[in-house]
Ligand binder design. Structure first.
Ligand SMILES: *Cc1c(COP(=O)(O)O)cnc(C)c1O
Length: 387
């Protein structure tokens, strides 16, 4: 890739087509996909309902500016928002978090925001400044001021939630940070302290939302009541779209001229999101939960006991397999790629699995078998090397 900035360490193959939950590279090799393109293509690669919705919209009109109202935007917002919330549409996760950060400062008149170590919120200045990962911030200072960090799942973090904060931002499962689940009781205490101190709670659902954990939003697993929700990744099943959802009471700070985007809410991406949300029914989500139970049962039986596995985490079909330092997650990913299975990594030597939510239970379990075999063989290699 001689004409492209080298911002990504890329794998050796180019994906050129896909169907259902399988991908095909330029050498016609087929892969079972446990990545969804980093949690994006939850409905796989040949979903007729989404395809028809986008094709119909392509034949009508692609873009009108946000100076004109859009029934499509209102319909998608209605399908997406929890009761009592409004939507602002943008094009990505980082933009959704930028909107949340700006809204929180403007509506509260306060500057400070508390975020968490190992959290990830995006790569633009605001979102990067909220991202608790020095590697991601390195070389880009000065960052947006007045952001502080606390340790995730740490009871001491509650003391940092004081009434001089505009907002607290967190993921209920830290995705890039290593598929680290929030402790339910701790999350509820954070939410309660925010409400008590008049601090807005922003929940970043960019990776966890749109059914990934078996609920529409992951915070619903923990009975939380966020003031602002951000989402993106899976919302358009591959077309670029993000959204910031916030309580109606916050609307006065986001009046005409306060915030905007040229492409946000564009009709092609919205047509895709509409078809995604039409399929995100209670029975679809129940089915994700059912498949998740079968997958975690298999993981606990076949993967967790392996010598190279420290622990397993996750919820729904968002899964982290934490490898001990004797193996490198990159080596495991490369071996699985050779064998025709695509997986991801996350921080702390974590093998991260984000299969399309539509994947059949039998293919999910076949993939877990294959991962268990690969990890068992890695263990043998390490042992024989150390002899
Ligand atoms: C991916 C991600 C983002 C950033 O989304 P982009 O669309 O890449 O800007 C923000 N927050 C979380 C939790 C994410 O996983």
């Amino acid at each position: 890739m001689e004409h492209i900035f080298p911002t990504y360490a890329q794998y050796p193959m180019e994906i050129v087509s896909g169907h259902d939950w399988h991908l095909v590279d330029s050498n016609h090799k087929e892969y079972l996909d446990f990545t969804s393109g980093i949690g994006v293509c939850s409905f796989g690669y040949s979903n007729d309902w989404i395809e028809q919705s986008v094709i119909n919209q392509l034949g009508k009109i692609w873009h009108t500016s946000n100076l004109y109202p859009s029934q499509l935007q209102d319909d998608v917002a209605n399908a997406l928002c929890p009761e009592g919330m409004l939507a602002f549409f943008c094009n990505s996760g980082t933009e959704a978090n930028e909107a949340a950060f700006k809204l929180a400062r403007k509506v509260t008149g306060k500057a400070k925001v508390l975020a968490f170590n190992n959290g990830f919120h995006g790569r633009t200045y605001g979102s990067m400044s909220l991202t608790g990962n020095p590697d991601i911030q390195a070389g880009f200072k000065p960052l947006v001021p007045e952001v502080s960090f606390a340790d995730y799942n740490d009871p001491n973090a509650l003391d940092a939630i004081t009434d001089d904060l505009a907002a607290v931002i967190l993921e209920v499962i830290q995705g890039e940070g290593g598929v680290v689940s929030g402790n339910g009781e701790w999350l509820q205490k954070v939410a309660a302290k925010c409400h008590e101190q008049g601090v807005l709670l922003i929940i970043d659902e960019v990776q966890t939302g749109i059914g990934r954990t078996g609920m529409k939003f992951a915070f619903q697993n923990f009975n939380l009541d966020p003031d602002i929700i951000t989402c993106a990744k899976a919302l358009g099943n591959g077309l670029p779209i993000g959204a910031m959802l916030g309580k109606k009471e916050l609307a006065s700070a986001f009046g005409p001229g306060s915030h905007g985007t040229t492409f946000g809410g564009n009709k092609i991406a919205l047509a895709s999101a509409k078809a995604v949300l039409e399929q995100l029914t209670p029975s679809f989500l129940e089915n994700v939960q059912k498949k998740s139970q079968a997958v975690f049962a298999a993981i606990n039986q076949e993967v967790n006991p392996l010598a190279v596995v420290d622990s397993v985490s996750g919820l729904g079909l968002m899964i982290g397999i934490h490898l001990n330092p004797t193996v490198k997650v990159a080596d495991v990913i490369a071996q699985l790629q050779d064998e025709g299975l695509l997986t991801l990594s996350a921080k702390h030597n974590t093998l991260r699995l984000l299969p399309p939510l539509v994947m059949s239970e039998s293919d999910l379990l076949a993939g877990i078998d294959q991962i268990a075999d690969a990890l068992a063989n890695v263990a043998v290699q390490v042992k024989s090397e150390s002899i």
